[in-house]
Design a protein around this ligand. Structure first.
Ligand code: F0G
Length: 345
Protein backbone atom coordinates (compact mmCIF):
# COMPACT_ATOMS: atom_id res chain seq x y z
CA UNK A 1 0.00 0.00 0.00
CA UNK A 2 3.01 2.33 -0.08
CA UNK A 3 4.61 4.22 2.79
CA UNK A 4 1.87 6.85 3.13
CA UNK A 5 -0.84 4.19 3.17
CA UNK A 6 0.94 1.88 5.60
CA UNK A 7 2.34 4.45 8.03
CA UNK A 8 0.23 7.56 7.31
CA UNK A 9 -1.07 7.92 10.85
CA UNK A 10 2.49 8.31 12.15
CA UNK A 11 3.50 10.79 9.42
CA UNK A 12 2.71 14.52 9.10
CA UNK A 13 -0.03 14.18 6.49
CA UNK A 14 -3.63 15.36 6.46
CA UNK A 15 -6.67 15.11 4.20
CA UNK A 16 -5.06 17.89 2.12
CA UNK A 17 -1.95 15.82 1.37
CA UNK A 18 -2.16 14.10 -2.01
CA UNK A 19 -1.89 10.33 -1.68
CA UNK A 20 1.27 9.71 -3.71
CA UNK A 21 2.04 6.01 -4.04
CA UNK A 22 4.51 3.99 -6.11
CA UNK A 23 4.19 1.04 -3.67
CA UNK A 24 7.50 1.97 -2.03
CA UNK A 25 8.57 0.49 1.32
CA UNK A 26 7.65 -2.93 2.78
CA UNK A 27 10.99 -4.20 1.45
CA UNK A 28 12.22 -7.71 2.27
CA UNK A 29 14.28 -8.36 5.39
CA UNK A 30 16.31 -11.39 4.39
CA UNK A 31 18.30 -13.68 6.69
CA UNK A 32 21.83 -14.08 5.29
CA UNK A 33 22.55 -17.49 6.80
CA UNK A 34 25.85 -18.39 5.15
CA UNK A 35 27.56 -15.04 5.65
CA UNK A 36 26.11 -14.68 9.15
CA UNK A 37 27.51 -18.05 10.12
CA UNK A 38 30.98 -17.09 8.90
CA UNK A 39 30.84 -13.89 10.93
CA UNK A 40 29.30 -15.57 13.96
CA UNK A 41 26.22 -13.35 14.03
CA UNK A 42 22.52 -13.52 13.16
CA UNK A 43 22.61 -11.42 10.01
CA UNK A 44 19.61 -9.70 8.42
CA UNK A 45 19.68 -7.58 5.28
CA UNK A 46 17.03 -4.99 4.41
CA UNK A 47 16.80 -5.02 0.62
CA UNK A 48 16.11 -1.38 -0.11
CA UNK A 49 17.02 -2.00 -3.75
CA UNK A 50 13.53 -3.55 -4.02
CA UNK A 51 11.96 -0.09 -3.87
CA UNK A 52 10.38 1.15 -7.14
CA UNK A 53 13.37 3.21 -8.28
CA UNK A 54 15.83 0.68 -6.86
CA UNK A 55 16.99 2.49 -3.72
CA UNK A 56 15.93 3.57 -0.22
CA UNK A 57 15.40 7.12 -1.45
CA UNK A 58 11.80 6.32 -2.45
CA UNK A 59 10.76 6.01 1.22
CA UNK A 60 11.54 9.66 1.88
CA UNK A 61 10.81 10.98 -1.60
CA UNK A 62 7.16 9.93 -1.49
CA UNK A 63 6.44 12.20 1.49
CA UNK A 64 8.67 15.04 0.23
CA UNK A 65 6.83 15.05 -3.10
CA UNK A 66 3.38 14.73 -1.52
CA UNK A 67 4.10 17.71 0.77
CA UNK A 68 5.59 19.71 -2.11
CA UNK A 69 2.36 19.19 -4.09
CA UNK A 70 0.29 20.09 -1.03
CA UNK A 71 2.28 23.33 -0.73
CA UNK A 72 1.61 24.12 -4.38
CA UNK A 73 5.09 23.41 -5.79
CA UNK A 74 5.23 23.44 -9.56
CA UNK A 75 8.66 21.79 -9.95
CA UNK A 76 11.26 19.83 -7.97
CA UNK A 77 15.02 20.24 -7.77
CA UNK A 78 17.79 18.13 -6.24
CA UNK A 79 21.50 17.43 -6.43
CA UNK A 80 22.51 13.81 -6.35
CA UNK A 81 25.19 11.18 -6.55
CA UNK A 82 22.54 9.29 -8.55
CA UNK A 83 19.86 7.64 -6.42
CA UNK A 84 18.11 10.74 -5.12
CA UNK A 85 17.86 11.99 -8.70
CA UNK A 86 16.46 8.67 -9.93
CA UNK A 87 13.87 8.69 -7.16
CA UNK A 88 12.93 12.37 -7.55
CA UNK A 89 12.61 11.92 -11.30
CA UNK A 90 10.38 8.85 -10.86
CA UNK A 91 7.98 10.55 -8.44
CA UNK A 92 7.95 13.76 -10.50
CA UNK A 93 6.94 11.71 -13.53
CA UNK A 94 4.32 9.84 -11.51
CA UNK A 95 2.60 13.00 -10.27
CA UNK A 96 3.30 15.05 -13.41
CA UNK A 97 5.60 17.88 -12.32
CA UNK A 98 8.95 18.91 -13.86
CA UNK A 99 12.14 17.90 -12.05
CA UNK A 100 15.63 19.37 -12.31
CA UNK A 101 18.54 17.21 -11.20
CA UNK A 102 22.15 18.33 -10.76
CA UNK A 103 24.75 15.57 -11.00
CA UNK A 104 28.53 15.63 -10.46
CA UNK A 105 29.85 15.17 -13.98
CA UNK A 106 31.23 11.70 -14.81
CA UNK A 107 30.67 10.39 -11.26
CA UNK A 108 27.19 8.91 -11.46
CA UNK A 109 26.66 5.18 -12.09
CA UNK A 110 25.21 4.40 -15.51
CA UNK A 111 21.93 2.86 -14.33
CA UNK A 112 21.11 5.91 -12.21
CA UNK A 113 21.84 8.33 -15.03
CA UNK A 114 19.68 6.25 -17.37
CA UNK A 115 16.85 6.38 -14.83
CA UNK A 116 16.87 10.17 -14.38
CA UNK A 117 16.89 10.62 -18.16
CA UNK A 118 14.22 8.07 -19.03
CA UNK A 119 11.87 9.26 -16.27
CA UNK A 120 12.08 12.60 -18.08
CA UNK A 121 13.92 14.85 -15.62
CA UNK A 122 15.95 17.79 -16.83
CA UNK A 123 19.42 16.41 -16.08
CA UNK A 124 22.22 18.91 -15.58
CA UNK A 125 25.78 17.64 -15.29
CA UNK A 126 27.89 19.92 -13.07
CA UNK A 127 31.66 20.13 -13.43
CA UNK A 128 32.19 19.88 -9.68
CA UNK A 129 31.60 17.62 -6.68
CA UNK A 130 28.26 16.51 -5.25
CA UNK A 131 28.82 18.97 -2.39
CA UNK A 132 29.07 21.86 -4.87
CA UNK A 133 26.06 20.62 -6.85
CA UNK A 134 24.06 20.58 -3.61
CA UNK A 135 24.95 24.21 -2.86
CA UNK A 136 23.88 25.14 -6.39
CA UNK A 137 20.61 23.23 -6.09
CA UNK A 138 19.81 25.02 -2.82
CA UNK A 139 20.43 28.40 -4.44
CA UNK A 140 18.35 27.48 -7.48
CA UNK A 141 15.54 26.31 -5.23
CA UNK A 142 15.50 29.64 -3.40
CA UNK A 143 15.90 31.73 -6.57
CA UNK A 144 13.22 29.92 -8.60
CA UNK A 145 10.86 28.79 -5.83
CA UNK A 146 11.40 25.10 -6.62
CA UNK A 147 10.74 22.37 -4.05
CA UNK A 148 14.08 21.07 -2.81
CA UNK A 149 13.88 17.29 -2.35
CA UNK A 150 17.36 16.51 -1.02
CA UNK A 151 17.51 15.27 2.56
CA UNK A 152 17.77 18.91 3.73
CA UNK A 153 14.01 18.61 3.18
CA UNK A 154 12.81 17.41 6.62
CA UNK A 155 10.03 15.26 5.12
CA UNK A 156 12.66 13.02 3.51
CA UNK A 157 14.15 12.09 6.88
CA UNK A 158 10.78 11.74 8.61
CA UNK A 159 9.56 9.26 6.03
CA UNK A 160 12.86 7.35 5.86
CA UNK A 161 12.26 6.46 9.53
CA UNK A 162 9.76 3.89 8.20
CA UNK A 163 12.70 1.60 7.38
CA UNK A 164 13.48 1.26 11.10
CA UNK A 165 9.81 0.75 11.94
CA UNK A 166 9.60 -2.07 9.39
CA UNK A 167 12.69 -3.81 10.79
CA UNK A 168 11.26 -3.69 14.32
CA UNK A 169 7.92 -5.00 13.09
CA UNK A 170 9.58 -7.86 11.20
CA UNK A 171 11.94 -8.92 14.00
CA UNK A 172 9.57 -8.11 16.87
CA UNK A 173 12.50 -6.22 18.41
CA UNK A 174 15.39 -3.98 17.38
CA UNK A 175 18.60 -5.64 16.22
CA UNK A 176 21.65 -5.40 18.50
CA UNK A 177 23.67 -3.71 15.77
CA UNK A 178 22.41 -1.58 12.89
CA UNK A 179 25.00 -1.26 10.13
CA UNK A 180 24.48 1.37 7.44
CA UNK A 181 26.47 3.24 4.76
CA UNK A 182 26.97 6.94 5.41
CA UNK A 183 27.22 9.60 2.70
CA UNK A 184 25.21 12.75 3.25
CA UNK A 185 24.27 11.16 6.60
CA UNK A 186 20.51 11.51 6.35
CA UNK A 187 19.68 7.82 6.43
CA UNK A 188 21.60 6.94 9.58
CA UNK A 189 19.94 9.92 11.27
CA UNK A 190 16.51 8.76 10.07
CA UNK A 191 16.98 5.15 11.23
CA UNK A 192 18.13 6.24 14.68
CA UNK A 193 15.12 8.54 15.02
CA UNK A 194 12.89 5.68 13.82
CA UNK A 195 14.22 3.23 16.41
CA UNK A 196 13.81 5.84 19.13
CA UNK A 197 10.17 6.37 18.03
CA UNK A 198 9.44 2.66 18.37
CA UNK A 199 11.01 2.59 21.83
CA UNK A 200 9.05 5.64 22.97
CA UNK A 201 5.84 3.99 21.71
CA UNK A 202 6.66 0.93 23.84
CA UNK A 203 6.97 -1.31 20.78
CA UNK A 204 10.60 -2.33 21.47
CA UNK A 205 12.55 -2.46 24.72
CA UNK A 206 16.11 -1.86 23.54
CA UNK A 207 17.85 0.25 20.91
CA UNK A 208 20.57 -0.91 18.51
CA UNK A 209 24.12 0.36 18.39
CA UNK A 210 24.43 2.40 15.19
CA UNK A 211 27.46 1.49 13.08
CA UNK A 212 28.05 3.97 10.24
CA UNK A 213 30.36 2.87 7.44
CA UNK A 214 32.19 5.26 5.13
CA UNK A 215 34.52 4.65 2.22
CA UNK A 216 38.12 5.39 3.17
CA UNK A 217 38.42 8.07 0.46
CA UNK A 218 35.25 9.86 1.57
CA UNK A 219 35.20 9.56 5.34
CA UNK A 220 34.69 12.98 6.94
CA UNK A 221 32.63 11.59 9.83
CA UNK A 222 34.74 8.51 10.50
CA UNK A 223 37.96 10.53 10.58
CA UNK A 224 36.52 13.74 12.02
CA UNK A 225 38.35 15.65 9.28
CA UNK A 226 36.81 17.51 6.33
CA UNK A 227 37.25 15.76 3.00
CA UNK A 228 37.52 18.36 0.22
CA UNK A 229 38.26 15.83 -2.57
CA UNK A 230 36.25 12.68 -1.84
CA UNK A 231 36.98 9.68 -4.08
CA UNK A 232 35.62 6.12 -3.97
CA UNK A 233 34.30 3.35 -6.18
CA UNK A 234 31.10 3.68 -4.14
CA UNK A 235 30.08 6.83 -6.03
CA UNK A 236 26.75 7.03 -4.14
CA UNK A 237 28.65 8.05 -0.99
CA UNK A 238 31.35 10.14 -2.63
CA UNK A 239 30.57 13.07 -0.31
CA UNK A 240 32.98 15.30 1.59
CA UNK A 241 30.69 17.57 3.58
CA UNK A 242 27.60 15.70 4.83
CA UNK A 243 24.52 17.85 5.41
CA UNK A 244 23.28 15.73 8.33
CA UNK A 245 26.70 15.38 10.01
CA UNK A 246 25.46 16.61 13.39
CA UNK A 247 22.53 14.20 13.74
CA UNK A 248 24.64 11.31 12.43
CA UNK A 249 27.34 11.97 15.02
CA UNK A 250 24.66 12.14 17.70
CA UNK A 251 23.11 8.84 16.54
CA UNK A 252 26.44 7.04 16.81
CA UNK A 253 27.36 8.64 20.14
CA UNK A 254 23.94 8.21 21.82
CA UNK A 255 23.65 4.59 20.72
CA UNK A 256 27.17 3.68 21.81
CA UNK A 257 28.01 2.74 18.22
CA UNK A 258 30.89 3.75 16.00
CA UNK A 259 32.01 4.83 12.55
CA UNK A 260 34.24 2.56 10.50
CA UNK A 261 36.01 3.01 7.17
CA UNK A 262 36.52 0.45 4.41
CA UNK A 263 38.73 0.56 1.32
CA UNK A 264 37.49 0.31 -2.25
CA UNK A 265 39.01 -3.20 -2.51
CA UNK A 266 37.16 -4.26 0.64
CA UNK A 267 33.91 -2.83 -0.77
CA UNK A 268 34.26 -4.69 -4.06
CA UNK A 269 35.13 -8.00 -2.41
CA UNK A 270 32.16 -7.58 -0.08
CA UNK A 271 29.96 -7.00 -3.13
CA UNK A 272 31.17 -10.26 -4.63
CA UNK A 273 30.79 -12.09 -1.31
CA UNK A 274 27.23 -10.85 -0.88
CA UNK A 275 26.25 -11.80 -4.42
CA UNK A 276 27.99 -15.17 -4.54
CA UNK A 277 27.26 -16.34 -0.99
CA UNK A 278 23.86 -14.84 -0.35
CA UNK A 279 22.32 -14.33 -3.80
CA UNK A 280 21.92 -10.63 -3.12
CA UNK A 281 23.25 -8.08 -5.62
CA UNK A 282 23.68 -4.64 -4.05
CA UNK A 283 25.51 -1.56 -5.28
CA UNK A 284 28.99 -0.75 -3.90
CA UNK A 285 27.82 1.86 -1.35
CA UNK A 286 25.47 -0.73 0.17
CA UNK A 287 28.27 -3.29 0.34
CA UNK A 288 30.29 -1.08 2.66
CA UNK A 289 28.09 -2.62 5.38
CA UNK A 290 29.26 -6.16 4.69
CA UNK A 291 32.85 -4.94 4.25
CA UNK A 292 32.58 -3.16 7.61
CA UNK A 293 31.28 -6.29 9.32
CA UNK A 294 34.10 -8.39 7.88
CA UNK A 295 36.59 -5.82 9.13
CA UNK A 296 35.07 -5.72 12.63
CA UNK A 297 34.92 -9.51 12.76
CA UNK A 298 38.60 -9.85 11.80
CA UNK A 299 39.49 -7.36 14.53
CA UNK A 300 37.52 -9.48 17.03
CA UNK A 301 35.12 -6.58 17.58
CA UNK A 302 31.91 -8.31 16.52
CA UNK A 303 29.94 -9.68 19.49
CA UNK A 304 29.28 -13.41 18.92
CA UNK A 305 25.65 -14.27 18.26
CA UNK A 306 24.54 -10.64 18.03
CA UNK A 307 21.59 -9.86 15.78
CA UNK A 308 22.76 -7.50 13.07
CA UNK A 309 20.71 -5.60 10.50
CA UNK A 310 22.49 -4.20 7.45
CA UNK A 311 20.78 -1.73 5.14
CA UNK A 312 21.45 -2.62 1.51
CA UNK A 313 20.51 0.80 0.24
CA UNK A 314 20.53 0.29 -3.52
CA UNK A 315 20.32 -2.40 -6.20
CA UNK A 316 23.50 -3.77 -7.79
CA UNK A 317 21.89 -3.31 -11.20
CA UNK A 318 22.38 0.44 -10.84
CA UNK A 319 26.12 0.19 -11.34
CA UNK A 320 26.95 -2.57 -13.83
CA UNK A 321 30.45 -1.14 -14.42
CA UNK A 322 31.47 -1.66 -10.79
CA UNK A 323 30.22 -5.24 -10.85
CA UNK A 324 31.87 -6.07 -14.17
CA UNK A 325 35.19 -4.70 -12.93
CA UNK A 326 35.50 -7.82 -10.75
CA UNK A 327 32.82 -10.26 -11.83
CA UNK A 328 34.86 -12.21 -14.38
CA UNK A 329 33.72 -12.88 -17.93
CA UNK A 330 31.52 -15.53 -19.54
CA UNK A 331 33.24 -18.50 -21.15
CA UNK A 332 32.97 -17.95 -24.91
CA UNK A 333 32.32 -21.03 -27.07
CA UNK A 334 31.06 -21.89 -30.53
CA UNK A 335 27.81 -23.77 -30.93
CA UNK A 336 29.03 -27.38 -30.71
CA UNK A 337 28.19 -29.73 -27.83
CA UNK A 338 31.89 -30.69 -27.57
CA UNK A 339 32.81 -27.11 -26.74
CA UNK A 340 29.95 -26.93 -24.24
CA UNK A 341 31.09 -30.08 -22.48
CA UNK A 342 34.63 -28.73 -22.39
CA UNK A 343 33.46 -25.38 -20.98
CA UNK A 344 31.40 -27.10 -18.31
CA UNK A 345 34.17 -29.38 -17.13
N1 F0G B 1 23.66 4.18 -0.20
C1 F0G B 1 23.23 4.61 -1.40
C2 F0G B 1 22.97 3.59 -2.45
C3 F0G B 1 23.04 5.99 -1.62
O1 F0G B 1 22.61 6.39 -2.81
C4 F0G B 1 23.34 6.90 -0.59
C5 F0G B 1 23.17 8.34 -0.80
C6 F0G B 1 23.76 6.38 0.64
C7 F0G B 1 23.91 5.02 0.80
C8 F0G B 1 24.07 7.27 1.79
O2 F0G B 1 22.91 7.74 2.40
O3 F0G B 1 23.36 10.14 2.13
O4 F0G B 1 21.60 9.32 3.69
O5 F0G B 1 24.01 8.97 4.21
N2 F0G B 1 22.89 8.86 -1.92
C9 F0G B 1 22.58 10.28 -2.12
C10 F0G B 1 22.13 10.52 -3.55
C11 F0G B 1 23.59 11.22 -1.65
O6 F0G B 1 22.25 11.63 -4.06
O7 F0G B 1 21.58 9.59 -4.15
P1 F0G B 1 22.97 9.14 3.16
Amino acid sequence: MGVLGRFGKYLPISEHTPCVNLEEGSTPLVRLGRIGEELGVELWAKLEGCNPSGSFKDRGMVLAVAKALEDGARALVCASTGNTSASAAAYAAHVGVPCYVLLPSGKVALGKLAQALIYGAKVISVDGSFDRALEMAREASAARGLAMVNSVNPYRIISQKTGAWEICESLGRAPDLHVIPVGNAGNISAYWAGYKDFKSWGRISSLPKMIGIQAEGAAPLATGRPCPNPETVATAIRIGNPVSAKTALEAVAESGGQFETVTDDEILSAQKMLASRAGVFAEPASCTTIAGLVKLSRAGKLPKGASVAVILTGSGLKDPDAAMSQAGRPAEIGSSMEELMEAMS
